[in-house]
Write a new protein. Sequence first.
Length: 113
Amino acid sequence: QVQLVESGGGLVQPGGSLRLSCASSGSIFSINRMGWYRQAPGKQRELVATITSSGRIVYADSVKGRFTISRDNAKSTVYLQMNSLKPEDTAVYYCKDYEKDFWGQGTQVTVSS
């Protein structure tokens, strides 16, 4: 049974940083494409970044240059380093396993002074 557990969310001031983690179990993590999405109140869920098993990365234009996605296959974990955070980054952030079409439960990120 696949499990994805996100952590690392919280309240941060504009310009600050957070690092999200998504720990996976129940699948062959090393071969799976993984992604981060976010959903703000009243808005549709949107792609933030994806990373393939070979390390190929795609970012949404809104986060390029500020966010970095990475993975540690030995720990079955994907990360999202978020720098220069803006109030418009406020959302629930979700991790996705594309091969299993499975979502984590989400972690809240709030950027506010």
